[in-house]
Write a protein that binds this ligand. Structure first.
Ligand code: NAP
Length: 536
């Protein structure tokens, strides 16, 4: 069943998949441009990542004054944040406020998980079908499906036999999960585990944390936001937002241009100490060569190693908790009380680096030659990042070509926005875009504006389909490999390269050329009449 009329005209100008921050702004902007748009969303509410990741301790690692929309000066002026880093409930309240303020819900179908998206080359439109059999047609389809939205649950043998409760941080229940008096296993030690561990440990009778690989962790130094700080931000929003866009990460922060390799040891130490005291992701901005030069990176590793050792009562634990790989290679984690949690008597780190979890049993887990009896298992095992949300749908482009098959050796896109063979299909913060290396909100806004302006251009020039050329796509893929290859970033087994998913091809997924260079390229493409795209 399709919803196109008898002349094949699609029901909508665009179907947007996802009502997170990307889908919400795209709906608002396209509606304002006079387009007929429908959003389909698997969840029962807006918010995307912040709808699903309700685990204890969930909090953004970008400061709240920056992790917010800037498209509406009124919205920006009226909203107040309570903490330096907003917790998940507050961000979700913000998303709901935006949905109410711009009356978005009337054009969103919730509880609608997309099963397939199929392009009709003759009619030049997409048919999107949900798992419960509803169909939508749209001239364009925009996947606003998020970068970290397809949860990874490893296939542990015996998982179905476990009689206790199993949770995934990325699909946490809406009601409070009370771990009081319970014995809990957390599997994983990425951002989600590092945030939830101190909170779960404060409730549980006993917590076992199963660690395959330790992460580099820097203190967040979260604190309440006082009204003066907030007023100062609001007063200077326009220049700070502009300055942020000139930074590699799209974050307004102080990035030192000096190289660690050229700084004296005490100068290095002082810079790291200053940033350690400030807390947050800007630690990696201490020197400009930390992700380029192993020796420079080593100076940061040594500093953090010493700090971590100082926080642990059991010094032998430090050897297990301190990574042996480059700092900043995997996503840096910022924490509140993570290491201190290991000083509690009810918390045990279970090192599974050399002997993986053997199986889940009816009553717990078997690992490292031991049986662990637990009441609940928390999978903090991450996501099939950047591609998972797209490849789990059956997306068919020209000649019935499958996106999943096309990307079987790794994703191929032009600018992270479109893929050859899939006309009129856009991705917001798709693979090959700066996305996860940046503050997601301004990156989302830049993509939304580019895509909606492009669709308006198509309308104004009476064009019905747009698709990147294979040459333009190939050149972008090569450029991506070059820019990441010139850094230390691909050197470790991170989700940036798909290493966390068994069988996933090892390809560096996001664009590591920085937000300013990316914006410049996107603008240049438009200025040259959508260079690299064919418009029909
Ligand atoms: P993650 O960083 O991918 O961590 C997953 C953890 O699970 C890793 O420690 C991984 O070990 C472990 N794991 C996976 N499969 C396993 C298996 N079969 N056996 C044992 N351990 C296994 O996932 P995440 O913590 O959910 O974070 C993902 C990303 O989301 C972050 O990097 C960040 O970008 C974002 N995030 C941000 C925030 C924030 O803003 N504060 C919070 C949460 C998440 P290995 O390392 O050995 O693979």
């Amino acid at each position: 069943m399709t919803t196109a009329d008898e002349n094949g005209k699609p029901e909508f100008d665009a179907i947007i998949v996802g009502a997170g921050f990307a889908g919400m702004y795209l709906l608002h902007r396209m509606r304002g441009m006079g387009f007929k748009v429908r959003v389909v969303e698997a969840a029962t509410g807006v918010g995307g990542t912040w709808y699903w990741n309700r685990y204890p301790g969930a909090r953004c690692d970008v400061e709240s004054m920056q992790y917010s929309y800037q498209f509406s000066p009124e919205l920006q002026a009226e909203w107040s944040w309570t903490e330096r880093y907003a917790a998940q409930p507050e961000i979700l309240t913000y998303a709901n406020h935006v949905a109410d303020r711009f009356d978005l819900r009337r054009d969103i179908d919730f509880d609608t998980r997309v099963k397939s998206a199929v392009y009709d080359e003759t009619a030049k439109h997409w048919t999107i079908t949900s798992e419960d059999g509803r169909s939508y047609t749209g001239r364009y389809c925009v996947m606003a499906t998020g970068c970290l939205s397809s949860p990874n649950t490893p296939r542990f043998e015996g998982l179905e036999d476990f009689k206790g409760a199993v949770y995934h941080t990325g699909t946490w229940p809406h009601e409070k999960v009370d771990f009081t008096g319970k014995t809990v296993a957390i599997i994983g030690t990425g951002s989600s585990a590092i945030q939830s561990t101190p909170v779960i440990a404060s409730e549980a009778k006993q917590l076992y944390l199963f660690q395959r690989t330790p992460h580099w962790v820097i203190p967040a130094r979260n604190r309440p936001l006082d009204p003066e700080q907030q007023a100062d931000w609001k007063q200077h929003y326009s220049e700070r937002r502009a300055a942020a866009k000139a930074n590699f990460s799209g974050i307004f922060a102080n990035y030192n241009k000096q190289k660690a390799a050229e700084a004296a040891p005490d100068e290095c130490r002082a810079e790291y100490q200053r940033r350690w005291d400030q807390g947050g992701l800007a630690f990696m901005g201490a020197f400009s060569d930390l992700l380029i030069d192993d020796d420079a990176n080593k100076t940061a590793r040594e500093f953090v190693t010493e700090k971590v050792r100082g926080m642990l009562k059991d010094k032998s634990l430090a050897d297990k908790l301190i990574p042996d790989y480059l700092i900043g290679c995997k996503r840096l984690v910022i924490d509140t009380g993570y290491y201190e949690t290991f000083n509690k008597p009810n918390v045990e780190l279970v090192d599974i680096s050399n002997s993986p979890i053997e199986r889940i049993t009816e009553t717990g887990l078997r690992a490292s030659g031991r049986e662990f009896e637990v009441d609940a298992i928390v999978m903090a095992t991450g996501f099939d990042a950047m591609t998972g949300a797209l490849t789990r749908m059956d997306i068919r482009g020209r000649d019935g070509g499958s996106l999943k098959e096309k990307w079987s050796e790794g994703p191929r896109t032009y600018l992270g926005l479109m893929s050859h063979g899939f006309p009129n299909l856009f991705t917001i913060t798709g693979p090959g875009s700066p996305s996860v290396f940046t503050n997601m909100l301004p990156t989302i806004e830049q993509h939304v504006e580019w895509v909606s302006d492009c669709i308006a251009y198509m309308r104004d020039h009476q064009r019905q389909s747009i698709e990147p050329s294979r040459d333009a796509e190939d050149a972008w893929v090569v450029h991506n490999e070059e820019v990441s290859g010139n850094t230390l970033k691909p050197a470790c087994g991170s989700w940036y390269v798909g290493a966390n998913i068994p069988g996933k091809p090892r390809v560096f997924l996001p664009y590591f050329g920085g937000f300013p260079a990316y914006i410049e390229k996107c603008n240049e493409v438009v200025a040259k009449g959508y260079e690299g795209f064919s418009l029909n």
